[in-house]
Structures are given as C-alpha cells and as structure tokens.
Design a protein around this ligand. Sequence first.
Ligand code: FAD
Length: 376
Amino acid sequence: MEFRLTEEQLQVEEMVRNLSRKEFAPKAAAVDEEGRYPGENHRRLADLGLLGMLYPAGYGGSEAGAVSYNIALREVAAACASTAVGMAVTNMVGETIFLHGNEAHRRKYLPMLAGGRGAGAFALTEPGAGSDAGGLSTTARAEAGAFLLNGSKAFITNGANACVAIVMAVTQKSPRKISAFLVEPATPGFLVGKPERKMGLKGSDTVSLTFEECRVPESALLGRPGDGLKIALGALDGGRIGIASQAIGIAGAALGAATEYAKERKQFGRTLGEFQAIQWMLADAATELEAAQLLVYRAAFLKERKAPHTREASMAKVFATEAGNRACLKAVQVLGGYGYVSDYPVERNLRDVKVGTIYEGTSEIQRLVISRSLLR
Ligand SMILES: Cc1cc2nc3c(=O)[nH]c(=O)nc-3n(C[C@H](O)[C@H](O)[C@H](O)COP(=O)(O)OP(=O)(O)OC[C@H]3O[C@@H](n4cnc5c(N)ncnc54)[C@H](O)[C@@H]3O)c2cc1C
C-alpha cells in the first residue's frame, strides 16, 4: 500500500493551487457578491487542460485520471467554489460523451468542452423528479428521423453557458425507457430560464431548461435507446467523488482561515488558539477532512482503475460533504462575530459548502445507495 501521490499528481496539485490562489481567490468574494458567472476563470481552466481531464489528448483532453482530477477540483474549490462546480459538470459531461458517444459525438463535442468554448450541462432533475430521478417526465418523441423533446428540467448547472447539454428524456412509456440526448442550446425550442437566486455558489450558473417541440436529429441520441438512466447514474458515480472533493476544498479553506485567525486574535490576554475549546474545534475539523480525503482518494483510485466504485463514491460524498458542513460551521464559530460578516471568507465558505449534501443526490440518497449495497 502506498500513501503517496505520484509525481504527476503532485505537479497537478501544485499547478492548480498556484493558479487558484493567484487568479481565482482574489476575486471570489466579488464573484459571490455580484452573482457573476466567472467565464474568464472557465477559459483559464481550459488553457491549462483542466476541463477535459478524463479523456485522451486525441479529443482535446488531458487524460489526467480521476485522482488528479479530484485534486484539481479541490484546489479550485478552495479558492472559488462557483468556478469549481462549473468545472466539475463540464468534466463530467465530457467524460460521459467519451464513454458513451460515437466517434462523431466525440470529435464534435470533446474539443469544444476541453477548449472552454462553452460549458457542459447535465439535465436530469425536473420540477417533479429530484431524488426520484427515474420518475422524470420530459419526453422525446421519435418522428421522421428526429426526436422532439418536450418538458422541463430544474436547477441545471451551466445551463445558460453550455455548448452542449446531456438531456434525459422518456422515449417509451411502456415498458418505460429513458434515453440520453446531446442537445445544443441553439436548437429551436431549447429555452433557458432565469438564473436561480441561491444561498451560495452565487457565481455558478443554475437555471431551468424548457424544451418545447425541440427537434434534434436521431444522431443526437447518446448511447443506446433506453440506456439514459444507466448513463446518468454512471456519470453521477464519478460526479459524487467530485462533489466530495469540492467540499474538502471549501472546508479546507475555511479551516485554514480559522486557524490563522486563532493565532492572531487575542481575548483575555491570550490568543484564541490557546483556548482548548478552540483547539478542539480545529482538531476535529482537520481530522474529519483528512478522513474525507482518504475516502475520496480511495473512490477515485477505484474509478481510475475502472473498478466498481458506486458505494465508495456515495460514502465519500456523504462523509465529505457533511464533514465539510461541520468544519465550515466551526470555522465561523472560531471567528465569532467576524465569522458572520462577509469581510472574512468563512461566511461564504459556509454558504457554498451547504449544497454538497443536496446536489448529485442528497445525503439521504447516498445512505440509501450505501445501505442497499450492504443489504443486497
Ligand atoms: C445549485 C444546484 C445545482 C444543481 N445542478 C444540477 C444539474 O446540473 N443537473 C441536474 O440534473 N440537477 C441539478 N441539481 C438538482 C439536484 O441534484 C436536486 O436538487 C437533488 O437531487 C434533490 O432533488 P430535489 O431538490 O427535488 O429534492 P427532493 O427529491 O424533493 O428531496 C427533498 C428531501 O426529501 C429527501 N428524500 C427524498 N426521497 C427520499 C427517500 N427515498 N428517502 C429519504 N429521504 C428522501 C431528500 O433527501 C431531501 O432531504 C442542482 C441543484 C442545486 C441546488
């Protein structure tokens, strides 16, 4: 057993940490305050090969592997969580096209996504189908060599800035079949809703999408008809490891800020760090984040070796996002009143970390996945 990152993984860590600290962190507060989509950050990620990390160079990717990818995501999230979530979904969409697309799909979309010419969107959730994703009601009706999409998707990350969206829709009512489609936003009938006003991740692009007789060619079908849910759930296995990494990045930044603050701030003639109550908060947060990181590395390691990792991804997600939430709450507590105001980043960190226990499957759904694998 090796507890060391490879040279290549260490290089990715250093490169992305430098980029994120130098270019993303200084404007993260403004991105949050203005609720501005940081398109320039997305393009910088593309410059450095960080948007196509899970497929080969022949398609514009950098094929860095799941471990390096998760390290990169964590480092970006530590600086600007809004940038990280856009990066995560773009990488997930690219990998899904690489795994399930035909050669024409790969040639068309993968260089676009890796090159930052638009983000990738993944449209599964609907107003009436969240945790129960299989209950979705968007339809795709076959007609004269095309499919006509009708229905609505909710909370779609990158929806307004996408160059392509993977859209799950019902193609057959009985027996029920869900299929996946590659849909370009310029297609007539592809309608983008107003940006959601969110608690955190205010710079990330989250919109509803509506399809009204949106006609896509037969060639827009991704994978085989009826495989849509399988494709989506497979993508989420990898995505969930990424959400765990984001939580570790965000909470790690909060813990770092709280630790520095505890060294400086004095009350009762002593620094906060001299009080055992504060020491224990920092120690508990650091320990939990370390444990979360190990779960992430294990899940990513398995994924990279193409080994089953559904349960491990759910374990990493539920533990890391909940530990991340606890760590950010502690960081705010360590800063006292200053933790509650936006002059310090921990307030934003707490708002940004929260959604980790909700999207790409809530904590309750992760526990369902884990317990099912135990009780099988
Ligand atoms: C910022 C943001 C970005 C998002 N990005 C995307 C995206 O890009 N693409 C996409 O498709 N979706 C996206 N989502 C949607 C997200 O994945 C869903 O919100 C999530 O899956 C939960 O669905 P829901 O909101 O409908 O909650 P519901 O499913 O209604 O759940 C409500 C509550 O009930 C609980 N619950 C539900 N079923 C069970 C059960 N069987 N057992 C126990 N408890 C249960 C849930 O855990 C939760 O606590 C995003 C959401 C947000 C907030």
